[in-house]
Design a protein around this ligand. Structure first.
Ligand code: THU
Length: 137
């Protein structure tokens, strides 16, 4: 139990640090993410916005895509919305729908998602009915 908590906390520390590097001049909403990979390494990401707003990308996807790019399998993820108001509803700390769909593709089905200020949730709770393509044929 204690080691699992330490595990989560160490991943959240990396996510909070990554948030300080966010490029978010339009929203001024800094987000950081960190994934623990199959080789034990931790890879982080931050949100990167663009003047053409739709080109912006969330911190979670940056971290997940970086892990894949480096030939690693991400196993669990932490996300920190460091600018979320402490008295705001938890929604302002939760991963967006697009990131949940990407998590579904790249994380194990039973992966834990550590959400700063909220707790952890399993991917199946965050996205109970994901879109999937049938690869069997
Ligand atoms: N953002 C993330 O990085 N992750 C999420 O799950 C939700 C939103 C970013 C996108 C944008 O740069 C800023 O937060 C405000 O929406």
């Amino acid at each position: 139990m204690a080691s699992a908590d330490n595990n989560a906390e160490s991943l959240l520390v990396v996510a909070r640090q990554a948030a300080t590097r966010a490029h978010c001049p339009y929203s001024n909403f800094h987000v950081g993410a960190a994934v623990r990979c199959d080789d034990g390494s931790v890879i982080d990401g931050c949100n990167v916005e663009n003047a053409s707003y739709g080109l912006s990308i969330c911190a979670e996807r940056v971290a997940l895509f970086a892990a894949i790019t480096q030939g690693k399998r991400p196993l669990e993820l932490a996300v920190s919305c460091v600018d979320a108001q402490t008295d705001a509803a938890p929604g302002s700390r939760m991963p967006c729908g697009a990131c949940r769909q990407v998590m579904q593709e790249l994380l194990p089905a039973d992966a834990k998602i550590h959400i700063d200020g909220v707790g952890h949730q399993h991917l199946s709770e965050l996205l109970p009915h994901p879109f999937e393509l049938d690869h069997s044929s």
